[in-house]
Design a protein around this ligand. Structure first.
Ligand code: SAM
Ligand code: SF4
Ligand code: F3S
Length: 462
């Protein structure tokens, strides 16, 4: 079987469908996703394809006829987890040689990883790079025709419009508006594994969102590695704030969120849209990564602390307690104590409602991987603890501002810690807990806040 001369996607889907229909019983697929929401959105498309091919789904890996891992490469521990998981299923293949094992995602888009899997995990049948995931049907076709190992780790520039996602939630949906990244932050592997930025046509996005709202979805998350550069590559350029304002015209009771927003391109137009558009959740995730200009420069982030703070001030002048969250990297190569202090100062100035902080992880192929680093791991861990302690303190104080206020909350499930209580997120993306019943899941409720904690607030239904 020659991978260069496979039939078209449609023909492969048809042939694989017939092959699967001939199983004595419907086979089950086990699909597990590592990594970010973009990967989760890709997995929903993969699940749609698997369903189209005739697979059922199982949460029990031992019951699966096909195991598919959608992987992440952003930090070393993400990759270690995938290798560990792959090691743990070797015996399943030994017990059932007909089992099909596929690995896709950002991790396998790296040649050295695909080579390692081919050499050391010989029971893996199919390896696909992250922009090649939609070629699963072709790879299954090749497998079914006897190809022992099928691999496609090309970086493709097409957009998988033809795959219909099988969504996990009936009220929250992720809608990718663009794929890839052009920014090449020096620590980051994403542009190497997801390729260059490519935007979906605005009509396709608006049509998808409109349909989701008609189907009762209450929260739509627009996804891209840098949504602020959305539309620049289109034949008729459309800016991200323009897209937001078009979506906002769709009637209904729903919220729009988006991530991620790169500060180098976050414009006053974006902030104006956030404040003015009825359906836009009143929250902005604006990843700062560091509060030191020296480090920001070495990260190739293309903004300064001053520019970032001027954006924060712009929106906080309109809404003084506007909710902001961020991503931060601790222990970037040769980050000095002074640089780290500058990051703590940034946190004190902005007073984020939440933050996702990561210890720097060296990624082969990135520019930062070649930078000298004299900071010991123990020092990086201590800095992380100091950062988390400061953020906890701020979050406790921040959450007090909600006491006595009424928040609109999208109820999303039962509290795991306190049975009988329900949880949800407010428009500001604050976690809210309240006494309620499961029939509220997927609906908006008004909650009067009575208590605040470091990572959530509590209240009662009005
Ligand atoms: N495109 C988004 C942006 O620019 O904000 C971020 C996408 S990245 C998948 C999510 C977060 O992972 C980044 O914001 C950064 O904080 C973190 N990250 C990326 N590369 C990393 C690395 N090598 N080590 C530690 N954290 C990293
Ligand atoms: Fe990575 Fe930077 Fe692109 Fe975000 S903007 S995905 S951090 S290169
Ligand atoms: Fe996301 Fe991980 Fe890829 S964070 S873009 S799945 S490297």
């Amino acid at each position: 079987m020659d991978l260069e001369n496979l039939p078209s996607q449609e023909e492969c889907i048809e042939e694989v469908r017939k092959w699967i229909a001939a199983y004595p019983e419907q086979p089950f697929a086990y699909l597990h996703t590592f990594g970010c929401q973009q990967n989760v959105a890709d997995s929903e498309k993969l699940a749609g394809l698997l369903k189209q091919l005739g697979y059922g789904f199982t949460e029990d890996v031992t019951k699966a006829s096909l195991i598919l891992y959608n992987t992440c490469a952003v930090r070393e521990n993400a990759e270690d987890r995938v290798f560990g998981t792959l090691g743990s299923i070797k015996k399943l293949k030994q017990e059932n040689p007909a089992l099909i094992i596929c690995v896709t995602g950002c991790m396998t888009a790296q040649k050295q990883v695909a080579d390692k899997i081919k050499k050391s995990y010989r029971y893996v049948d199919i390896v696909l790079g992250s922009s090649a995931f939609s070629r699963l049907a072709q790879m299954l076709y090749a497998h079914m025709h006897g190809l022992k190992y099928a691999q496609d780790i090309e970086i493709y520039t097409d957009i998988p419009e033809d795959l219909t996602p099988l969504r996990e939630s009936s009220f929250k949906a992720a809608v990718p508006i663009m794929y890839g990244c052009n920014n090449f932050c020096t620590y980051c592997i994403v542009p190497y594994v997801r390729g260059r930025e490519r935007s979906r046509q605005p009509e396709k996005i608006i049509e998808e969102v409109r349909k989701l709202i008609q189907d009762g979805y209450k929260e739509i998350m627009l996804l891209g590695q840098n949504v602020n550069s959305y539309g620049k590559d289109l034949e008729t350029p459309v800016s991200f704030p323009e897209l937001l304002r078009e979506i906002d015209k769709i009637p209904g009771e729903y919220w729009i969120r988006f991530m991620s927003s790169h500060p180098k391109d976050a414009s006053p137009e974006l902030m104006d849209a956030l404040v003015e558009c009825e359906h836009l959740a009143k929250h902005l995730h604006l990843p700062v990564q560091s509060g030191s200009n020296t480090i920001l420069k070495r990260m190739n982030r293309c903004y300064t602390v001053e520019k970032y703070l001027s954006q924060v001030n712009y929106i906080r002048e309109k809404v003084p307690d506007f909710s902001l969250t961020t991503d931060l990297i601790v222990g970037f190569p040769d980050e000095s104590e002074e640089d780290f202090q500058a990051t703590l100062n940034m946190i004190k100035k902005v007073r984020y409602d939440n933050m996702y902080s990561f210890i720097y992880s060296k990624r082969t192929g990135t520019k930062a991987a070649l930078m000298p680093d004299s900071i010991p791991d123990s020092e990086k861990s201590q800095r992380m603890q100091r950062l988390l302690a400061l953020q906890r303190e701020i979050a406790v104080e921040n959450n007090q501002r909600f006491i006595g206020r009424t928040l609109t909350v999208l109820c999303d499930g039962e509290s795991r810690k306190r049975p009988g209580n329900m949880t949800g997120r407010s428009s500001e993306n604050i976690l809210v807990e309240f006494a309620g019943t499961p029939d509220l899941i997927g609906t908006f409720v008004k909650i009067k806040v009575t208590e605040s904690h470091n990572n959530m607030v509590c209240g009662y239904i009005l």
